[in-house]
Design a protein around this ligand. Structure first.
Ligand SMILES: [Zn+2]
Length: 323
């Protein structure tokens, strides 16, 4: 693998086989649900079960510990297989206080992944993000978007089918693509901030892809809308599952001609050009800080800085990776 290959982003790299061929088999699923060796990843009202007593670790429940919880769960969704071991997401949102359940370890806390994600081992963080994303989708697709009747989970929770025999429309978990881009002119880059962000935080531009638009066109449109710049060469960098709540972030480095910024104050509180030296000396406090460490925005910035240090064009980072 080339040095220029991007390493995986946070929340990617779920180390499970998704078992697409097996999850269609109700008998196989039933056997996995009855297997004490299966593992359950609890999700409660968009929070994941985490142990912070020593290091920060995800907590899985054994099949035995989950047995009394499965019948009271809103959904049980097959995540996949690690060897022969099946992993399920378990939506405990109907319970008022799942921490009080005798089989939920006392050391566990239900926490927002956004507060602990960077502290988790990458593979565990990816599984928690995957579980959270699928549970979120189930919670919001209980009724058919075609006819309004209830839907039922099938295929281990990877499809919901309308229960009305006259409709039977199938609904699939959705992921909303968003482009995120570091706009630069070779020497400087543009970062902006939104009013709702933590004080001092500046980040790359980003926005959702609209229907009828390629990713490159979405990059160009968002940059034009947010800061009034025209981009030229747009190079794909990497992507990141971002289940907050349901996005796939598709990252780019986009070169633009220098031009005065025209900041759209409906979209951004501020934006300006930054030199590499300014970013490298970021105080990381309330006066100025870079985006969170688990975000692709941070990687887009750090890799652009690293490319400058190595005297290489940022575009060199984007060459295709061999398998
Ligand atoms: Zn329907």
């Amino acid at each position: 693998m080339s040095d220029a290959c991007p390493r995986g982003n946070f929340y990617s790299g779920v180390g499970l086989h998704r078992a697409e061929h097996l999850r269609r088999d109700p008998a196989w699923l039933e056997a996995r649900l009855g297997d004490a060796g299966s593992r359950y990843v609890p999700v409660w009202r968009a929070r994941n079960l985490v142990d912070r007593s020593e290091s920060t670790r995800a907590i899985w429940l054994s099949g035995e510990d989950a047995a009394a919880l499965v019948p009271r769960a809103a959904e049980t969704v097959l995540l996949g297989l690690a060897g022969e071991t099946a992993y399920f997401a378990l939506d405990l949102s109907p319970l008022e206080d799942p921490g009080a359940e005798p089989t939920v370890p006392d050391r566990g806390e239900f926490l927002d992944l956004r507060t602990v994600g960077p502290l988790l081992e990458r593979g565990e963080g990816a599984i928690l993000a995957y579980a959270r994303g699928l549970v979120y989708w189930h919670q919001r697709h209980r009724f058919c978007a075609v006819c309004g009747r209830p839907t039922r989970s099938i295929h281990g929770g990877h499809v919901r089918r309308c229960a009305d025999p006259a409709c039977r429309a199938e609904h699939f978990p959705r992921t909303d693509p968003a482009v995120i881009m570091l706009v630069h002119d070779g020497e400087r880059c543009v970062l902006g901030r939104q009013k709702v962000w933590p004080r001092g935080m500046h980040s790359t531009l980003a926005g959702f892809v609209e229907p009828g638009e390629s990713l490159e066109e979405a990059v160009a449109r968002e940059v034009r809308e947010e800061v009034g710049l025209e981009v030229g060469e747009t190079a794909y960098h990497s992507s990141q599952p971002w289940p907050f709540p349901a996005s796939l972030m598709v990252g780019f480095h986009a070169r633009c001609r220098y031009a005065p910024l025209e900041v759209n104050d409906e979209e951004l509180a501020a934006a300006r050009w930054f030199t590499r030296a300014e970013l490298k000396s970021s105080p990381e406090d309330e006066t100025f800080r870079l985006p969170r460490r688990d975000s692709i925005a941070r990687r887009l910035i750090e890799d652009w800085l690293a490319a400058g240090r190595a005297g290489r064009a940022a575009a060199a980072l984007t060459q295709a990776c061999p398998e």
